[in-house]
Design a protein around this ligand. Structure first.
Ligand code: PAF
Length: 286
């Protein structure tokens, strides 16, 4: 039985605009990242997301970054129209399908894809993507993309041994999707346990530095300069560059020097070309 038809968004700025508009109306957003060709596993993640958030975004993007040049992306199965039908049959449906053509930066003036013959080959628009144009392992193709998110220890074993570029591709594209969709919750299957653990670790690492500052505050360190330094040092030593690290009053959003009322610690940091944001409320009063 067909239910509501999802809005299909292909442009990342449009996607971010939609998310921000929904959040400003107080709505929460769940993201289910996929590479399409949906099956029961994906549907069960969508049903789980429905229990947690008001709105659901499903991304359908075959990520070239997680395929090595020897892996043939053109044979990766795809059925975009079938996927939409499956999503319409999910109870409660899906609000948006984010179906970008390309999420990687390429050198100025270069085409968005190069096939094995070196000719220009952009994907088609909404609908069934033209697979022949998708390149595997964008970096090796020399298209200009060179920034990767890596979870170095966890990516080494098991699948990482036989597919050396796989997990950096996954961590990179998931970071991009988080930055674009800005979801409250994202759902990942545990079938690929190593992938699930890597994504969990990546999201945790920035959050952990904030938790350290929160514990310090709860243990009596109320000087905001000291607390900010803790987080800045942790981010720097993880290879990041702070954009801002502010401790502000929860109501007025004004920076405070000493914690005397509920505050929120907000942080934005660059890891390569990727900017991550996070925040943590600290509810101690003096
Ligand atoms: O598990 C997958 O389908 C993909 O690795 C993911 C998480 C969508 C990233 O491309």
């Amino acid at each position: 039985m067909a239910g509501k038809e999802p809005e299909i968004i292909t442009d990342k700025n449009q996607m971010r605009k939609w998310s921000r508009a929904m959040r400003s109306q107080g709505k929460t957003i769940g993201l289910v990242p996929t590479m399409g060709y949906l099956h029961e596993g994906h549907i069960s993640l969508i049903k789980e997301a429905h229990k947690r958030t008001n709105l659901i975004v499903v991304s359908v993007y075959v990520n070239p970054g997680q395929f090595s040049p020897t892996e043939d992306l053109s044979t990766y199965p795809s059925d975009f129209h079938g996927d939409i039908q499956k999503l319409m049959a999910v109870p409660g449906g899906v609000d948006v399908v984010f179906h970008p053509h390309n999420l990687y930066d390429y050198a100025e003036g270069k085409p968005t894809g190069i096939n094995n013959n070196g000719s220009n080959c952009e994907n088609s628009g909404v609908g069934e993507p033209e697979r022949k144009g998708v390149v595997s392992c964008v970096e090796e193709r020399g298209l200009g993309h060179e920034t990767w998110v890596r979870v170095e220890r966890l990516e080494k074993g098991m699948c990482g041994k036989s597919r050396p570029v796989f997990f950096r591709g996954v961590a990179t594209v998931v970071t991009k999707l988080f930055n674009i969709v800005e979801p409250d919750v994202a759902m990942f299957g545990k079938k690929d346990y190593q992938q699930w653990r890597i994504i969990q670790r990546m999201a945790l690492s920035i959050n952990r530095s904030l938790s350290g500052a929160k514990s310090a505050a709860e243990n009596g360190q109320v000087n905001c300069r000291e607390l900010r330094n803790l987080v800045i040092q942790a981010v720097n030593s993880a290879g990041g560059r702070i954009d801002y690290a502010e401790i502000v009053d929860q109501e007025t959003l004004e920076a405070v020097e000493e914690i005397q009322s509920p505050v929120v610690f907000c942080i934005a940091a660059w890891f390569g070309k990727v900017r991550l944001i996070d925040n943590l409320e600290i509810n101690i009063s003096k």
